[in-house]
Design a protein around this ligand. Structure first.
Ligand code: SF4
Length: 365
């Protein structure tokens, strides 16, 4: 493990990584600009999503909302629709809210000081450092998952990187490594190195510009780092949802603004209680969410879906509206819509599979 950062070692790391990046950087759409707005959007999209998936979303998002003013003026529904399929929808809600905040508090100009940027909704210290260093070349070190892995291997850090004191050590190491005259490029280069060369399973050390400086490589143990923390078991839930038909229309509900998948539309339903038959779960949830009595009929389809911290099996039942005027009791809004209209609403990914199936049905009630 490296316990002191020799200045020659540091300088060699900086030069090698920057030189490597100049030759090997991928041509990504957000790299063609220093516009803080576009860098902000890309950083938020990249938080929990892979580069390959982000590229088309980013390109379309910038076409739809080319600047802060356009994003702030758009409806939340339009922003959520543009985000549909990417998951972690609080990111889209925060982007929209923050665009409004920048318009009202900063006259539509992206702020340039750390305190102001960190105070924007949805922007933590990591994202603030990325935006300020890449867009404005300010000397803030960025430590994302890729950089963390490179640093753990360079230094043979002996503990799991998720631990608090590991985070402190890695942050301080990144700060010491950062060249103050080229912080943006260096941060991008380190992230790229982690993504393309120092990969989790099989680091390509023979192609790595840091091989000479890397302790793990010198000791022939790169794959032993970062040290792993014990795995947590993800809970699994049984969930029932109802397709509530009234003539040729379906009842959809909007999830409350705050919380998982907030603001998205869904077919009403929820978690099964202990020993409760699934049909009863669907009936109870519709009653609790919307105050509507339904008659649950046959099973329409079953979907298995993974979220970050849990997994679900979603049982979708066809059902008929019986009585009661729908009210937004456990949801924020509701609509009766025809199947062809469903695609105008932003749904979570698990529900999108139901819509695909509904659109394939040759005959609908
Ligand atoms: S030499 Fe290998 S382990 Fe070390 S930083 Fe480079 S790719 Fe990662």
């Amino acid at each position: 493990m490296i316990d002191s950062f020799d200045s020659t070692w540091t300088r060699n790391c900086q030069r090698s990584v920057i030189k490597w990046f100049a030759r090997n950087a991928r041509n990504l759409p957000w790299r063609a600009t220093s516009d803080p707005y576009q860098i902000w959007i890309s950083e938020i999209m990249l938080q929990q999503t892979q580069v390959k998936q982000v590229i088309p979303y980013f390109t379309r998002f910038i076409q739809l909302f080319p600047d802060i003013a356009t994003l702030a003026a758009a409806s939340l529904d339009r922003v959520l629709k543009a985000w549909e399929g990417m998951g972690y929808y609080s990111r889209a809600r925060n982007l929209h809210r923050t665009a409004v905040q920048i318009m009202t508090e900063y006259g539509g100009v992206f702020p340039q000081d750390m305190e102001s940027v960190k105070n924007l909704k949805g922007i933590g210290p990591y994202t603030a450092a990325a935006i300020l260093s890449i867009a404005f070349n300010q000397p803030y070190a960025v430590v994302d998952g890729n950089v963390r892995r490179v640093l753990c291997r360079l230094s043979m850090w002996p503990e799991a990187p998720q631990m608090l004191h590991s985070k402190k050590f890695l942050q301080s190491m990144a700060e010491k490594l950062l060249p103050k005259d080229q912080p943006g490029i260096f941060n991008e280069a380190m992230m790229e190195l982690g993504a393309m060369v120092c990969t989790p399973l099989e680091p390509n050390c023979m192609a790595c510009p840091l091989a000479r400086q890397c302790r793990a490589f010198q000791e022939s143990v790169p794959s032993a780092f970062p040290v792993k923390s014990p795995k947590k078991v993800r809970p699994h839930y049984q969930v029932a949802a109802a397709l509530v038909w009234r003539r040729n229309e379906l009842l959809i509900a909007r999830r409350p603004e705050n919380g998982l998948l907030g603001g998205l539309w869904e077919f009403p339903g929820g978690k099964q209680k202990e020993k409760e038959p699934l049909k009863m779960t669907a009936e109870r949830e519709v009653q609790e969410e919307l105050g509507v009595k339904i008659k649950v009929n046959n099973l329409f389809m079953v979907i298995n879906h993974q979220y970050t911290h849990f997994t679900i099996t979603l049982h979708v039942f066809s059902s008929e509206y019986v009585k009661g005027k729908p009210q937004p009791i456990g949801c924020s809004d509701f609509r009766w819509v025809r199947v062809e209209e469903l695609q105008q609403y932003a749904f979570p990914r698990a529900n999108s599979k139901i819509i695909e199936e509904l659109l394939r049905m040759p005959v609908r009630p």
